[in-house]
Write a protein that binds this ligand. Sequence first.
Ligand code: PEP
Ligand code: MN
Length: 264
Amino acid sequence: KLVSREFKADNTVIDVRGVKIGGEELAVMAGPCSVESLEQLRETAAAVKKAGAQFLRGGAFKPRTSPYDFQGLGEEGLKLLKQVGDEYDLRIITEIVDLNDVELVSEYADILQIGARNMQNFRLLQAVGHGSKPVMLKRGISATISEWLNAAEYIMSAGNDNVMLCERGIRTYETYTRNTLDLSAVVALKELTHLPVIVDPSHGTGRWQMVQPMARAGIAAGADGLIIEVHPHPEQALSDGDQSLKPEKFAELMQDVKKIAEIM
Ligand code: PEP
Ligand code: MN
């Protein structure tokens, strides 16, 4: 298989407009769950850039559990991401939910995110596989590592080598946390595949208090980077406020993970 270590022994390093993912440097993607406004995005971007993140995250098309919840700003959100990313020299990662949107989202984003709910949307995987934009494939909510790697294989076999994997927690019997962050998957993936591995402790726990410790643990487990939800006013967030860090807390997290990355 194209994703396997046997096929390719050396780690894949993905160059995103000069920022490398999977190499020596830690890649950190941070920003709100949803793009809400220019002001919100600017305030967040300024803070995460200052703290050392290289990527701005933000959802424009939101796959919400309930159809009555905020669904995102759509193309307007993509425009805001691009504008603010340019202003603060941050690369953009945002989710794509529809196979007909590859061209549209690629115009604005540097990395296409495939969300947990779409991990086995094979037509969508093939559609992003036909392009060359880097793709971050999040683990399905109840996907085994083997199913996840097969999903990545769909993208690679369609022709796109720029694939990274994101552990974002899986559903278990435990309900205290939103999901169970499976950090042993990071170690397993490092054995099985050459693709970069990112950890998402925000969706992985659902609780902001747990984000910083689990971010540290993710890097200690060998992840190449992190994706973290940050909001200037989490209590006002239109989605995922409970798991969003305030900028000050995110800056602390960055100091911690840089130290851990140095000894890895
Ligand atoms: C997100 O990153 O905001 C998101 C919806 O993540 P997931 O697909 O992991 O639930
Ligand atoms: Mn979210």
